[in-house]
Design a protein around this ligand. Structure first.
Ligand code: SF4
Ligand code: SF4
Length: 412
């Protein structure tokens, strides 16, 4: 065996770190090598310019508590609460730091001590698991919007007053996951997906009782036990082995992570059945009917949970390219600031992050040089962007709506 001139290289034994007060997996926390390559991909670092609001800064802060005897103070909580949980730092990281998992573990510890996620937020999250309450609350919010009682700084898109009948089953080839807020605010998108599935001859069912809320927002808020309970109900609502097609990027990401959340063979098998709508349609493009009419010009906005978590954002391009002229944004998939409940909890920071996204959209509109629309595969992102886009006379649609429109599919 060849040896260096000065003899064999002494290999340092790996440092075994203890589990600290936050209960973060020390191996996961150890993976960061502080290279800083993730910083340009972090929306909160981009708008503040401060290391503490970057992934590396947040990991340093976690290590300070876990390994260096630091204590949880207001500053630490602020660094954690201002993370959008967009996970834009993950694909940028050469060391494979599981930042989403680190943040979830931290928030779980903070929520257990009631340092984050106040009672009113917990109450709201509990309401999401009751479909009648979500529908009633959405109608009340829609009426409040029309009475101009919702402050414009909230920046929420227009919630529909009429959503039409619930999606009716047509067969048992696949499940069409309808969700909670998505079904109340964008049921028309489910109708588009249903029409596309029918167009390729695939019958679908919708989840049974308990299969509404996916628990993504519970996980974000650190309510891991509640998220696990919700996940159990969702799994029970869609038995069998048929694929589960999801047209909300955030919900799809959550369902695909049930295996990680619950850590059981059953949950891993369930997650393996979950497919994003565009990901699924990309395998059926050649079976779709021919497009009708003029090709729209479409700016593609990648939701973080499609691009950074599910990593299937190219499927949107695969399904839209045959029917539309696509324009790409120039911000390398930077988050728009919606982040589940982030835009409501951190409105100022979310607004600043959205301003960067809007600047990128404005440049794309200028490049397109004509009538355009924006395609976004996540209800949170589209509602967050809608008000700003409306001021510019630009509509935001879900990619499956764009596709169903282009194919002239009947959705009644
Ligand atoms: S998850 Fe998003 S906001 Fe949080 S540190 Fe990573 S890139 Fe920044
Ligand atoms: S999280 Fe990854 S990219 Fe960011 S500083 Fe640590 S090792 Fe580097």
């Amino acid at each position: 065996m060849l040896e260096p001139e000065n003899g064999p290289v002494a290999v340092e034994p790996p440092v075994i770190r203890p589990v600290g007060p936050l209960g973060i997996d020390p191996e996961e926390l150890n993976t960061c090598v502080s290279c800083g390559l993730c910083l340009p991909h972090c929306p909160t670092f981009r708008v503040t310019g401060e290391e503490a609001y970057s992934p590396r800064g947040r990991i340093d802060a976690m290590r300070g508590i876990e390994w260096e005897g630091g204590s949880v103070d207001d500053e630490f909580v602020d660094f954690m609460e201002t993370c959008v949980q967009c996970r834009g730092c993950e694909p940028a990281c050469p060391s494979g730091v599981p930042f989403g998992s680190l943040m979830e573990q931290t928030r779980t510890a903070l929520a257990a001590e009631r340092v984050v996620t106040p009672w009113w937020q917990r109450l709201g999250l509990r309401a999401l698991t009751r479909p009648w309450l979500v529908l009633a609350g959405s109608t009340a919010l829609a009426l409040a919007q029309r009475a101009r009682l919702v402050p414009s700084r909230v920046g929420l898109g227009r919630i529909p007053l009429r959503r039409g009948p619930a999606i009716a089953a047509t067969g048992d080839d696949a499940w069409l996951f309808t969700g909670c807020v998505m079904d109340a605010w964008q049921r028309s998108t489910h109708r588009s997906l249903a029409a596309l599935m029918s167009a390729v001859g695939v019958g679908y069912r919708t989840p049974g009782a308990g299969g509404g809320c996916c628990g993504a927002l519970h996980t974000h808020a650190g309510l891991t036990d509640e998220a696990a309970t919700v996940a159990g109900r969702v799994m029970a609502s869609m038995p069998g082995d048929a694929p589960i097609i999801v047209d909300s990027a955030g919900c799809g990401a959550a369902l695909k992570e049930y295996g990680h959340l619950l850590g059981t063979d059953e949950s891993a098998a369930f997650s393996a059945r979950v497919v994003d709508a565009a990901e699924w349609l990309a395998g059926h493009v050649t079976e779709l009917p021919e497009p009708e009419g003029k090709r729209p010009v479409v700016i593609v906005q990648d939701p973080c949970h499609l691009r950074h978590v599910q990593r299937v954002h190219d499927s949107v391009r695969t399904v839209l390219r045959p029917v539309a002229d696509l324009v790409e944004l120039d911000d390398d998939g930077l988050c728009c600031g919606a982040g589940g409940a982030f835009s409501a909890l951190q409105p100022e920071l979310a607004g600043e992050i959205r301003d960067r996204k809007m600047a990128s959209i404005d440049r794309a509109v200028a490049r397109a040089g004509g009538e355009v629309l924006v395609a976004s595969a996540n209800p949170g992102c589209s509602m967050h962007l809608e008000a700003m886009l409306a001021e510019r006379g630009v509509a935001v649609r879900h990619p499956v709506d764009v596709l169903a429109d282009a194919l002239g599919l009947d959705r009644e």
